[in-house]
Write a protein that binds this ligand. Structure first.
Ligand SMILES: Nc1ncnc2c1ncn2[C@@H]1O[C@H](COP(=O)(O)OP(=O)(O)OP(=O)(O)O)[C@@H](O)[C@H]1O
Length: 363
């Protein structure tokens, strides 16, 4: 986090001070480790991190790329306000994690963070789920029930996939944001609710506006603070940090002592495009851990579905040893198929396997 003169920049200093105030000892320890990692090698990362890692800590946003640093600074500033926030980005880029971090750093942190998946809410249940109902409001309403907004009172409501809600439901959300009150279904009186709204979408909001899927009035009401999370392929320099973080976490979860990846395996992960972004990386690591017999993860330990995805994307590293290893890996160690992929003869494959000391069991 230091500038070339070795001084903390003003932004870094703000982050440091704010984090000191708001983070527990453990969390700031993790941040310190991340700071120390800046500029060090992936192997260096592996020797540093503290032993206790909680996978579900909302504020454990991992990454040291310029983007990630900017994000952490910005979300602390946003957290100090009560403005509505619109978060965009492909699936698995960390929209929910970011929303939760804003909540955790805000003065609302001791109140609920309620996540509503708008895409999964059937149209006929939206009102009762979001705003609740009074006893007798409809057949089967034997008792009155609080909706999500009321449950979140004092806290934050995260509206995920806002563009997948009907225009009518969006209008009701807008009314609630503007008036700060809700009405139970079948209820006569209005109820005041104090919630902060953070919304997210996987799609480009401006395109949703053009297509008429995002109400213009709601868009402008939500789009006060805007955060765009880029796909992982655009900040691959964070991959070693993420890998390291999740290795620590899964070591704890699975009771293992994995130390890291072989260079070839790490290179393979660095060359892959990660269409499912950070979620895909995390799931790959978890799947690898389940069946892992050793302490160092090599290409042969990566799960089969990942091999298939590589076959589809043809993402192969450039250096000859890595290309050969990757080709063998995606061809399930069939040397003829690997030779075809590389446009080499089978003999060349054999020769280079000897040259580079590659066998199916080699690390
Ligand atoms: N920067 C990060 N550091 C560590 N873990 C992360 C980071 N970003 C995302 N993750 C993890 O990746 C997974 C997916 O993140 P999240 O659910 O926030 O993504 P999303 O953008 O909301 O996805 P979707 O659009 O599919 O709902 C989660 O397990 C989350 O903890």
């Amino acid at each position: 986090m230091k500038n070339p003169k070795g001084l903390l920049s003003e932004e870094d200093e703000i982050v440091r001070q704010d984090l000191k105030k708001t983070m527990s000892h453990h969390e700031s320890e993790i941040l310190n480790v991340q700071r120390n990692f800046a500029g060090s090698s992936a192997r260096g990362l592996a020797d540093n991190l503290s032993t206790s890692v909680n996978l579900h800590h909302a504020h454990c946003i991992i990454g040291q790329s310029a983007f990630m640093r900017h994000l952490k600074t910005y979300l602390l500033k946003v957290a100090k306000t009560d403005s509505t926030v619109l978060i965009t980005g492909e699936t698995g880029t960390g929209k929910e994690l970011t929303a939760e971090a804003i909540h955790q750093y805000s003065s609302r942190q001791h109140k609920p963070f309620i996540c509503i998946n708008c895409a999964a809410l059937p149209e006929n249940l939206i009102e009762s789920e979001l705003f609740g109902y009074d006893k007798g409001a409809f057949t089967g309403a034997y008792a009155s029930k609080h909706g999500d907004f009321e449950q979140a009172n004092g806290g934050t409501v995260f509206l995920d996939e806002i563009g997948d809600m009907s225009s009518c439901a969006q209008a009701k959300i807008l009314r609630t944001i503007e008036s700060k009150e809700i009405n139970h279904l079948g209820g006569k009186k209005s109820i005041l609710v104090d919630v902060r709204i953070i919304a997210a979408t996987n799609h480009e909001p401006e395109r949703l506006l053009q297509e008429g899927k995002f109400r213009e009035d709601l868009f402008y009401r939500l789009n006060v603070a805007r955060i765009h999370l880029p796909p992982l392929r655009d900040h691959k320099e964070d991959i070693p940090y993420l890998i390291h973080w999740y290795i620590q976490a899964f070591n704890q979860q699975f009771g293992k002592t994995v130390t890291g990846f072989t260079k070839e395996a790490l290179d393979l992960l660095m060359h892959y495009d990660w269409p499912g972004n950070i979620r895909e990386l995390k799931n790959l690591l978890e799947a690898t851990f389940i069946n892992l017999p050793c302490e160092k993860i090599s290409i042969v330990n990566l799960p089969d579905p990942f091999r298939k995805r590589l076959q589809e994307t043809e993402e192969l590293p450039r250096n000859e040893r890595e290309r050969l290893l990757s080709a063998l890996f995606v061809s399930n160690w069939n040397k003829s198929k690997a030779a075809q992929r590389l446009h080499w003869s089978r003999m060349t494959v054999y020769r280079k396997m000897v040259k580079y000391n590659i066998s199916r069991n080699s690390p």
